[in-house]
Design a protein around this ligand. Structure first.
Ligand SMILES: C[S@@+](CC[C@H](N)C(=O)[O-])C[C@H]1O[C@@H](n2cnc3c(N)ncnc32)[C@H](O)[C@@H]1O
Ligand code: SF4
Length: 376
């Protein structure tokens, strides 16, 4: 069972971000949240019988904003209540401006072995317009610094930002490649209600068109593949053996337990000590005060309030395995898709070793293919 730990604190809110994160929280709230998280880890450990953990992902928010002693303490509590595999992949999300040598050394001491850094762009005009707190020079120097401490360093890049053009995208990908072993390249999603979406609606910021953004993704993919990075999932590229095992688990039907406000879980066979007739998905309350109150009142893990609780039926299981599996280079077990791909669409798929995956042209039109395959 994989474990995801959510730390929802950020210094300020970026203009495009719709993640469950809070800017500038007071120390009392952070303290109460971390105490609740410790309690939840203990309750989860009791419920899941000290399950063996192959991957841990500490995400946010901005985990690197917290004092690294607190990250060490979370890892200590986790190891007290679960068997974290000695070869476990343990990742932490960091923002460039809050990375320091001391924190990197502490992460290493805590057994963390993979760092994921949100560069987003190497164009200072872009970084300013989306409200990032770092500049390109800081992004490059902190990614380089992380590389001195860790063998696995990833960075996130968003394309389709206001000042992107073919030249800037090419340059940033080429600059970042030698510094990392993994890169996530996302197309900007204009999330409703975010400051960036409002500015775009009011014509105060001009964004590249969808076609231009598609071209930037293609440019990034070409460069990455030429430089030995393998596209193992729609938005994720890695050197051989440097794929994110934790995220691969999400796409390949691994069970995971999400701890912290708004964190999602996927449990297949037993919910704590209760056997399940079908897999379930659920999330904790997104509001951190509701989460803290819920955990503090609960005497057992399954009493912590659950939002979005869903028992998966046969149709859900089919849809999810196709939707998630087709995001990956490996694909979906071919017997699951047997007879589901219309003849005229077969050119967008390829088969290898009992798995069906999308060709490059298929990946470019994935959503329209899914509409034809999924059971509605
Ligand atoms: C959990 S988020 C943020 C992690 C970290 N706090 C940071 O800002 O780097 C993980 C990644 O999702 C991507 N992301 C967040 N919002 C996005 C959006 N609206 N469109 C595209 N990518 C987004 C960013 O690349 C970000 O680094
Ligand atoms: S730092 Fe990361 S999580 Fe926080 S607001 Fe910005 S993108 Fe969102």
């Amino acid at each position: 069972m994989e474990i995801y730990i959510h730390l929802p604190f950020c210094k300020s809110k970026c203009a495009y971000c719709d993640f469950n994160s809070l800017p500038d929280c007071d120390e009392g709230t952070v303290f109460s949240y971390l105490s609740a998280l410790n309690r939840e880890i203990r309750l989860a450990g009791e419920a899941y019988g000290k399950a063996e953990i192959p991957t841990v992902y500490i995400g946010g928010g901005t985990p690197s904003l917290l004092d690294s002693g607190r990250i060490k303490s979370i890892m200590r509590v986790l190891r007290e209540h679960f068997y974290v595999d000695e070869n476990a992949e343990i990742s932490i999300e960091c923002n460039p401006e809050s990375i320091t040598e001391e924190k990197l050394a502490d992460y290493k001491e805590a057994g963390i072995n993979r760092i994921s850094i949100g560069a987003q762009s190497l164009d200072d005009r872009n970084l300013k317009s989306i409200g990032r707190l770092h500049d390109s020079k800081t992004a490059i120097s902190k990614i380089r610094l992380a590389g001195q401490y860790f063998d696995s360093v990833s960075c996130d890049v968003i394309v389709g930002l206001p000042y992107d053009d073919e030249g800037t995208v090419k340059e940033e990908i080429e600059t970042l490649i030698p510094l990392v072993t993994h890169m996530s390249v996302y197309a900007l999603t204009l999330e409703e209600g975010t400051p960036l979406a409002l500015r775009a609606q009011e014509g105060k910021v001009l964004l590249p068109s969808d076609d231009e953004t598609e071209d930037y993704l293609e440019i990034a993919q070409d460069i990455l593949e030429k430089r030995g990075f393998f596209r193992y999932e729609v938005s994720n590229f890695a050197e051989e053996g440097k794929e994110c095992r934790h995220n691969l688990g999400y796409w390949t039907d691994e069970e995971y337990l999400g701890l912290g406000a708004g964190a999602h879980s996927y449990i297949k066979t037993s919910d704590g000590k209760k056997a399940l007739a079908a897999p379930i998905r659920f999330a904790h309350p997104k509001d951190i005060h509701a989460y803290i109150a819920g955990v503090n009142c609960a005497e057992a893990f399954d009493i912590i309030p659950r939002a979005e609780m869903r028992v998966l039926d046969e149709k859900d299981i089919f849809n999810e395995s196709v939707m998630l599996g087709l995001r990956t280079a490996k694909g979906v077990k071919s017997d699951i898709l047997n007879g589901c791909i219309p003849n005229e669409l077969k050119g967008f798929f390829k088969e290898e070793g009992g798995y069906t995956s999308l060709t490059r042209s298929g990946a470019a039109v994935m959503n329209s293919l899914l509409v034809r395959i999924l059971r509605l």
